[in-house]
Design a protein around this ligand. Structure first.
Ligand code: DQA
Length: 164
């Protein structure tokens, strides 16, 4: 069975394409999902892309991913800056997690500079618009491949002792 990646989207991302397009672009979430499905196939992955305006629903989906998925890509949207519940759910997952934003929150209002979610994330992709989803999937594919049983072990950096 192909490894499954949960791609979660938080509040107001259902309005992509019409919501502040000068910040978030003209692609809809459906456009993004279509491209991501195609990209997933090239990596031998399956994606399960979901969006919710409700914090608790996102928490429930993260808990579901804990036992059914090989990784989570999450754009928590406004919950990035407020949600301890989403952070705690992510911390309960022993999975690679990538935090994703279409815009670069650090170039925006100060309240967006703080992310609760980053603590749980392997890495963050921000500021590349809709294309960030594909960048996140490429990064996730590598993390999943590296974690698979047949993957070569990471080098420890320990040097061999020279025999005199
Ligand atoms: C966002 C950035 C958040 O600050 C904002 O609340 C969003 C979208 C982004 O993708 O750039 O809704 O996560």
């Amino acid at each position: 069975m192909k490894p499954k990646i949960m791609v979660l989207n938080g509040p107001n991302l259902n309005l992509l394409g019409v919501r502040q397009p000068h910040i978030y672009g003209h692609d809809t979430l459906a456009d993004i999902e279509r491209r991501l499905q195609a990209r997933a196939r090239t990596h031998g992955l399956v994606i399960d892309m979901r969006q919710s305006n409700h914090e608790g629903e996102l928490v429930t989906w993260i808990q579901e991913a804990r036992t059914t998925c090989a990784g989570i890509i999450i754009n928590p949207a406004a919950y990035t800056h407020t949600s301890v519940a989403i952070l705690d759910a992510l911390l309960a997952c022993d999975l690679p997690i990538i935090e994703l934003h279409l815009s670069n929150p650090h170039k925006r209002e100060e309240f967006r500079h703080r992310s609760f979610v980053t603590v749980a994330a392997k890495g963050v992709i921000a500021g590349f618009g809709a294309g960030g989803y594909e960048l996140a999937l490429d990064a996730m594919a590598k993390l999943v491949a590296d974690a698979s049983p047949g993957a070569p072990r990471a080098k420890t950096g320990a040097k061999k002792r020279r025999t005199p």
